[in-house]
Every structure is written in structure tokens, then in C-alpha cells.
Design a protein around this ligand. Structure first.
Ligand code: MTE
Ligand code: MO
Length: 374
């Protein structure tokens, strides 16, 4: 059986696999938990809609920033881990027993799910969708498959992981001391790669590091009025909005409609809140406008009212948005008319857009024209 290569390198051994594996495991765990949170904030099932909290106002900004940062950090970790263990692809005989066959099958699922998640997630951050399926439901489903595969893998490998967890445990096993420097070099290289991709991308959400934001798709300072734009008015099919014809219609027991001047004459409030896009960038800004709570009360809404918000946009997934009671009641939730002291630009949602605390950017609806109490 000399057809197959043999590997004697210590960098392919169980201690290296364990050390890289636990970093990778930590990154995947953070990515999974923050991803599930993100999913339920963006697509709450009915029973959750009125329970979701609007505080802390920065919550989604932090969890989604961590989701994308941990996912990006996991990419060099996964590649290093695969490099460490790839000789096992060539074990002979390929299948020794039923147990061995099942173990290899579970590793195949693990590797495929991990590659799929990191690849689709990364492409999503640059809004590139070169596949025929819808990103969100598939990325969410495969996340559970990956989580299950990780748990199974850790359970199956538990004895080996335990034996190689600490250097003392591993040292008593099989390692010649001379291999130490090699392993240190490899691990230092992997750590440097993780540090480099993190440092050059995390500035898109962690503004203090924006100077180092060289590789992320977004820069917090690039965009009209000091704020990035995800979907421009042109992309949404809006050439402009006529303030002569525009009305805000609020539908409830006492429905009413307001012109832009009438809306601007109502009590205005200023809040500082971030836009935190699911794709990973976020930026804080100062918003001025009318409290959604006040608009809803005037139409006969109650403290437990849910509101449906409709945009001028003709079509598009984010044309209609629903907002649970915690958000509508929060004094920070505005129908904003101004951004950083200026009238909203068309790209930021002129004449009026929603800004609410602790919510995914996709639900911060722009070009609002209608609110319905439901
Ligand atoms: N009507 C409408 N509102 C929308 C969107 C959209 O496509 N249509 N995009 C959302 C997304 S994905 C984000 S991240 C925020 C970005 O707001 P900004 O462009 O003002 O920064 O707007 C949200 N509001
Ligand atoms: Mo977004």
C-alpha cells in the first residue's frame, strides 16, 4: 500500500490539532450564539415579537459585530486545522469498522458544514450571492447542522482532546522536546493570521479601530452625512420624493395623515443610536425626529401595540417591517427626519425613517410613508 503518502510531521499530530481546535471551537461557539440571536431579532416568531427587548440599545451592534468578527477569525483557524489533520484523509484501510465509517462520515459533515458557513457568511458581508438559494434560511439551518457536528466531534474525540489539552498532559505522551519550536512557530503564524484579519476588518463595527479598517467591505466614515448606506435610493427604485405629495399615514382607531411640515412641527427628540447592519458594519449617529410612541398614541394605540411600518419602496424584502411593543414604546425609537443635524439625505431615507435601539439594520426602515397599528 505504498500508493498513499505517509506523514510523520509532528505538526500534524493530535496536540497541534487540539490547540488549534480549541481556538476554532471558541470562534464557532461565539459565531453560533450571536448568529442565533441575530436570527431571532431579525425574524422573530409570533410568540417572541412582543417579548424582544429594546435594551441595551447597543446590544445588536455588539452581538452582530462579534458574529462577523468571529466568523472571519474562524477562516484562518479552519484552514490551519484542516492542514493539520488532512493526512487523516489518507488512512489505510479507509474504513476499518462501522464505528470508523460513522466517525469519518461525521467529520465529512463537520468539514462541509464549516466550509459552507464561513464561505457563505463571508460572501454575504460583501453582498455577493452566487448561489440559487436564499441566504438567511439556509445559513440558519446549516448553523444547527454545524453546531450538532461540532458537539458530536468533541464527544467522539473527547479522550484525545483531554489527553492533549495541556502541555503537561501532552508532554508525558509522545513528544520529543525538539518538536516544540516548530509547533510554536506554526501556532504563532496562525495567531498572527487571525490577528491580522481581525484588526483589518473589525474597524467596520468597532469604530475606535477604524484607522485599521483596510479589508472590510465597509468603512464607518464612507457615506453621505458621515454614515454608510446599504441600499441606495436608486437601488430601491426611488428617484426622489415629492414633499408636496408625501404623507405620513398612521392607521388605527383614530387614523390620520400628516404632511412633512406638520410632522416637523410635532415635538422633536434627538437620540444617539447606531445603525448595525447584519452584514457586520455599524456606526453611531445622532437622529432627530418624532417618537414613534407619540405617533401611535395619537392614532389610538396602546402600550402593547405592535406596529407595521411601510416604505415608499415598490418592492424589496425590507419594504414592510413589524415592530413589537417594546420597540414602539421605547422613548429612543423615532421616526427620524434628521441625521447628524441635517435633513436626511435621500439615501438615508428622506423624508422619514425608523431608528430604534437594539435592532438589526434591515429593520431600520427608510422612506417611511405609512404606519399601521395591529
Ligand atoms: N425601505 C428600506 N429600508 C431599509 C433598507 C431597504 O433596503 N429598504 N435597508 C436596510 C438596511 S439592510 C440597513 S443596514 C439600513 C442602513 O441604513 P442607512 O443606509 O441609512 O445607513 O437601512 C435599512 N432600511
Ligand atoms: Mo443591513
Amino acid at each position: 500500500m505504498k500508493l498513499l503518502p505517509t506523514f510523520s510531521g509532528r505538526l500534524h499530530d493530535a496536540r497541534t490539532a487540539t490547540m488549534i481546535g480549541r481556538w476554532l471551537g471558541a470562534a464557532i461557539a461565539v459565531c453560533f450564539v450571536t448568529g442565533v440571536l441575530s436570527h431571532y431579532l431579525q425574524h422573530p416568531p409570533d410568540w417572541l415579537e412582543n417579548v424582544l427587548p429594546s435594551r441595551p440599545y447597543w446590544g445588536y451592534r455588539v452581538t452582530q459585530g462579534l458574529h462577523v468578527a468571529s466568523g472571519i477569525a474562524a477562516i484562518p483557524l479552519l484552514l490551519a486545522k484542516l492542514w493539520t489533520v488532512y493526512p487523516r484523509l489518507f488512512v489505510w484501510p479507509p474504513l476499518k469498522s462501522l464505528r470508523h465509517a460513522l466517525e469519518r462520515l461525521s467529520v465529512a459533515v463537520l468539514v462541509a458544514a464549516a466550509l459552507f458557513q464561513l464561505f457563505t457568511g463571508l460572501l454575504n458581508t460583501i453582498q455577493w450571492y452566487p448561489w440559487p438559494f436564499s441566504f438567511v434560511p439556509v445559513h440558519f439551518a446549516v448553523a444547527w447542522l454545524l453546531a450538532g457536528a461540532v458537539v458530536l466531534h468533541v464527544a467522539v474525540k473527547y479522550p484525545e482532546i483531554k489527553a492533549h489539552w495541556s502541555s503537561r498532559a501532552a508532554g508525558t505522551l509522545e513528544l520529543p522536546a525538539a518538536d516544540g519550536p516548530d509547533r510554536r512557530s506554526l501556532l504563532t503564524g496562525v495567531a498572527a493570521a487571525v490577528g491580522a484579519v481581525t484588526l483589518t476588518t473589525v474597524g467596520q463595527s468597532f469604530t475606535p479601530l477604524k484607522r485599521f479598517d483596510l479589508l472590510a467591505p465597509r468603512h464607518p466614515d464612507h457615506g453621505p452625512q458621515g454614515l454608510p448606506v446599504n441600499r441606495t435610493a436608486a437601488a430601491a427604485g426611488l428617484a426622489g420624493v415629492s414633499t408636496v405629495h408625501w404623507r405620513l399615514t398612521v392607521v388605527g382607531d383614530r387614523s390620520y395623515a400628516l404632511t412633512l411640515d406638520e410632522l416637523a412641527a410635532l415635538a422633536q427628540h434627538t437620540v444617539t443610536l447606531p445603525i448595525a447592519c447584519v452584514e457586520g458594519w455599524s456606526k453611531s449617529a445622532r437622529w432627530t425626529g418624532v417618537r414613534v410612541r407619540d405617533l401611535v398614541r395619537s392614532a389610538g394605540g396602546r402600550p402593547d401595540s405592535t406596529v407595521r411600518v411601510v416604505s415608499l419602496e415598490k418592492r424589496g424584502t425590507y419594504r414592510v417591517m413589524e415592530m413589537g411593543a417594546d420597540y414602539t414604546e421605547d422613548p429612543l425609537t423615532l421616526l427620524a427626519l434628521r441625521l447628524n443635524g441635517q435633513v436626511l439625505s435621500l439615501d438615508h431615507g428622506f423624508p422619514a425613517r425608523i431608528i430604534a435601539p437594539n435592532r438589526p439594520g434591515v429593520l431600520q426602515t427608510k422612506w417611511v410613508t405609512r404606519m399601521e397599528i395591529i
